[in-house]
Design a protein around this ligand. Sequence first.
Ligand code: MN
Length: 244
Amino acid sequence: MKLDIIGDIHGCYQELQTLLDDLGYQWENDQIHHPEERQLAFVGDLTDRGPRSLDVIRFVYQVVVTQKIGYYVPGNHCDKLYRYFLGNNVKQQHGLETTVAEYEQLSKHEKEEVKQMMMTLYEESPLYHVINKLDAVIAHAGIPEKYIGRHDKKVKTFVLYGDITGEKHADGRPVRRDWAQDYHGDRWIVYGHTPVLESRFVNQTVNIDTGCVFGNKLTAFRLPEEEIVSVQSTMPFVEEKFRY
Ligand code: MN
């Protein structure tokens, strides 16, 4: 089994297609495939802030649900969009407003279609994927070894939001601990969530959220090769979003 795991996309559909092209994927009769039969995985946060969030949902739905050649785990932005589609009263901020604006442009039929896609993706996906054949675990904000195999609320909060203490910095950012420093497992933990300028390898973990939507790049981690492939973002660079 060969897998290409894609970092946080946040509506950057164009960069996603460029990256897939660089990875060797090909389109044939509206189906995507790789000559080496590689599969795709997504660490979550498909939407918000970027220009084509709905096209990213349609694409990931096709790969994961229709063609069944991919894996998806939800991110915190996916969770919020799902709750919006449920009809919950969620604040349209932190990028959700851009996805909702795209959604509002659609016809009634198109709305129903994309909403169904997102809800199906979310409902059919586990909090994290354990890929035994590659000795890898995919979780949006990472996962400490002791949580692998658990699916309770504490684990859900961790995989969606990361290692937060509940406290906040003076500027409002949540205080985060660095779980990866304490990870001593043998399996790869592949995650995103916190934008970094370069893929961050710590022990057997790698953060592949290289902040495409903030103007840096979109990154894939390939297994079993343990290779990084990135494409440059077309978005304006927002320096303060990167902390490493
Ligand atoms: Mn994200």
